[in-house]
Each structure stands twice: as C-alpha cells, then as structure tokens.
Write a protein that binds this ligand. Structure first.
Ligand code: PGA
Length: 255
C-alpha cells in the first residue's frame, strides 16, 4: 500500500490525481464514489480542476458504494442526493450515468443483484474512493462482514448510527437501521482503491488497517490483499501508527 501522511490540501491533490489519470487514460472511465465527509476535499479539488483547468468527467460513469434503505425519494440524505450536491452537480458528470443501489426497491435483494450486474456491464470500477468508519467499516461493511460479500442488505451498527446522527438532526434513531452496500468482495474488484481518513477518531481504525492482522473484526484490513491501494492520512488519523516514520520515509524515497 502507498501511505501518504500530509495536510489535507496535499491529500486532495494526490486523490484527485488518481481520478484524473483514469479520466485521461480511459475511453469509458468508471469511478467509484463514496459519500461521507472524508472524500470531500478530493471532490472539491476535482471541481476546481474542472472549473479552472477544463478537466472533464463527461465521458465517465460512476457507482456509489451504498444507500440507506427506505429514505423517501426526496430525502436530502439519500446518497443519490448527497453525491449530487457534493460532486455530480458541480462538474460535468452525467447524472444518468451515476448509479447506486436502490434503497427504495420492493425487492431489495433483486436491487442488489441488478446493481452488481450494472458494475460488471460497465467493465468494473477503475478507481474507487473510500472512507473508513471508526469501527473499521468500508462502505457499510460492518465488522463481521464476509470478505467474499457482494452487494447486499446490511444492518448498521449502533456505532455507525451514532456517527451518522449528525446528518439526521443529532438523533441516532432517525438514521435508517438498514442499508444496501457493496460487499467487500465487490470493492476488492475495483482496479485501484484510494482511501481517505482524517481526524483522531479514525486513528484506531487506521492503525488496524495498516498494521493489524487481516480480520473480519476490522473489515478494512482486507485491503492489505489488494494490489493497488493508496491510503491518504492527515497527522491526526496517522497518530496511532507505529510505522508512521517508515511510511514517510518510503514516500520521500519513492517520489
Ligand atoms: P466519514 O465516513 O467520511 O463521514 O467519516 C466514513 C465512513 O463511515 O465510511
């Protein structure tokens, strides 16, 4: 794994570079988009490049990692709307080509299978942006998730509902109890992964991700088995790492 420990603007540049490379190299680039606070600096940098440097996303398609089950179609916290506000509406991505699992489907399992099929039909994800939960989840793959899992219905942990209560008036009970999420097996098939983590609350999960044993207790540790992962950390998120100096040194000598 490449590990970059830097201030947020530098992390945003490295993350946006990975996306820009795919946009320039591929005729039909496929982006994997995460919602949540962590990727926002990367999206802001992509927006800046679009506005100031003419970077185009018009030929790309995109897939979301997850979606809440049962939020009304017009609810502002549906991830379809969130990603619209945070990225799609700010650049020239075609909203018709931004796909997420359908959390309002009558048959949720069929919706999950259809979403998996859409990803395959697009040729798979070229670059997947990820955050990480304080409990080590990626997308909504909570602890205990199978490493082979595909898109499916998942119940959120109490911890995740508390973490996300800030988007629902501070009330964990208002956070939907279930979601649809890409599985760990789905995420591992993306050709490149870029994970962002900032703030001290993420330090324990980041330590497990980079220095812990691969374990379903910390789902993100499966990324140790992916051949192309970049982990972007601020100082606070890196503060629990025994190997922080080593990662800095590696970055200095290899760039
Ligand atoms: P955050 O969420 O980026 O809002 O911290 C990350 C996650 O829960 O995966």
């Amino acid at each position: 794994m490449r590990v970059v420990i830097a201030e947020v603007p530098e992390l945003a540049r490295v993350g946006a570079d990975a996306v820009e490379r795919v946009l320039r190299e591929k005729e039909h680039p496929v982006l994997g988009l995460a919602t949540g606070g962590s990727p926002l600096p990367v999206y802001a940098e992509l927006e800046r490049r679009h506005r100031e440097e003419g970077l185009s996303l018009a030929h790309a398609s995109a897939f979301l990692l997850d979606e809440y089950v049962g939020l009304p179609a017009d609810h502002p916290e549906r991830y379809r709307h969130v990603i619209g506000r945070e990225l799609v509406d700010r650049v020239d991505l075609d909203p018709e080509r931004v796909h997420g699992p359908d959390g309002l489907a009558e048959d949720l399992e069929a919706a999950c299978a259809a979403f998996e099929a859409q990803i395959q039909a697009a040729g798979g994800v070229d670059v997947q942006i990820l955050g990480i939960g304080t409990d080590g989840h990626i997308a909504f793959n909570e602890p205990g998730s199978s490493f082979a899992s595909r898109t499916r219905v998942m119940a959120l942990t109490r911890q995740t509902r508390e973490d996300n209560a800030r988007f629902f008036g501070g009330d964990p009970q208002a956070v939907p109890a279930r979601c649809l999420t890409q599985g760990l097996g789905t995420i591992m098939q993306a050709r490149q992964l870029v994970l962002l983590a900032t703030g001290e609350a993420k330090a324990a999960a980041v330590r497990e991700l980079l220095e812990g044993a691969v374990s379903v207790a910390w789902p993100a540790t499966i990324l140790q088995h992916h051949p192309d992962v970049t982990v972007l950390l601020d100082e606070a998120a890196a503060s629990g790492l025994r190997l922080a100096e080593h990662f800095r040194e590696l970055e200095r000598v290899s760039r």
